[in-house]
Design a protein around this ligand. Structure first.
Ligand SMILES: [Zn+2]
Length: 300
């Protein structure tokens, strides 16, 4: 889990250049800005009567994809306790072209997300695919190391980086789990994209290096969002489990890699899709967002 071979270019000591504290770069420019949440609307949606439309079990070290209509609600939970969930999302009618854009979402909101934050799509679309409306871990962190939950800083684990770092071939990383899951809807490997790591506790250390801590989720913790457009979603129950004993390599007890038995730290995930019972009432005044109407000349 650790190495004294690490090289890092970044220093930990701060230097004082005498400059003023910068403001966040992406800020609302008017009171009508979409960056200012419509608190009343999303609170109303969260509280509105709903009925369960579908339930999906996600066993350990597997992936699952599903469709959800605009105006529906999706809840992802940890029924048996701590487990990291790697999440992907696409606009359902775009042939996997319009997908969640982790880095722009990070800039528009923050590097970790929670209630009232949206997940934005890539170019040339740039619209909210979903808005988070409930989060049982919303009060968690930042901890003493700067760790926060629901991470947009990192990305999925994948078999290529594992082979690079451990020399082993492993077939059940989040990248592969997501790839297998979206085949059901015609998705290919190239459509798997940078993830939202739900329930994952991460941050940057004093040397600006990405770190992961043990997932703080308890049985029944959940993360819930409102679908702004028709979506295909996919999750992977990460083979690192709750990340309390993770490492590179498969992580079995007979592994020679520098890691314990990760499989013992893996738990299932659960997905529930809800439809609003009275959508006309609950969604009054709401319109599904359209892509940004840039004229598209690009200086040509
Ligand atoms: Zn993973």
């Amino acid at each position: 889990m650790s190495s004294n071979l690490t090289f890092v270019s970044q220093r930990s000591e701060k230097k004082n250049y005498g400059k003023p504290k910068p403001i966040p770069a992406y800020f609302p420019t008017s009171k009508k800005s979409i960056l200012i949440p419509n608190f009343e609307f999303y609170d109303r949606v969260k509280a509105a009567p709903r009925k369960l439309a579908a339930t999906h079990a996600v066993p350990v070290r597997s992936g699952k994809a599903w469709k959800a209509s605009k105006g529906s609600i999706v809840r992802i939970s940890t029924p048996e306790g701590p487990q990291v969930c790697d999440f992907n999302c696409w606009e359902a009618n775009s042939g996997f072209k319009e997908h969640m854009w982790a880095s722009r979402t990070r800039q528009l909101h923050s590097a970790h997300v929670s209630v009232y934050d949206k997940l934005w799509s890539n170019l040339p679309y740039l619209r909210p695919l979903l808005t988070i409306i409930d989060d049982s871990l919303a009060g968690y962190g930042p901890d003493e190391h700067g760790g926060r939950v629901h991470d947009l800083l990192g990305t999925r684990c994948d078999p290529y980086v594992d082979k690079l770092l451990s020399g082993e071939d492993n077939d059940f990383h989040c990248h592969s789990n997501l790839y297998r899951a979206i085949r059901e809807f015609g998705g290919e490997e190239e459509h798997v994209h940078d993830v939202l790591n739900i329930f994952q506790l991460t941050g940057l250390n004093e040397n600006d290096q990405y770190f992961m801590e043990t997932c703080p989720a308890k049985p029944g913790d959940y993360f819930e969002f409102f679908c702004e457009v028709d979506v295909v979603c996919a999750v992977s129950s990460c083979p690192g489990g709750d990340l309390s004993d993770w490492g590179w390599g498969e992580g079995g007890t007979d592994s020679e890699a520098n890691v314990g038995d990760m499989s013992a730290k893996c738990r299932p995930l659960k997905v529930e899709v809800f439809e609003l019972e009275n959508p006309e009432e609950a969604l009054e005044g709401w319109e599904s967002p359209q892509p940004v109407k840039y004229q598209g000349n690009h200086g040509f």
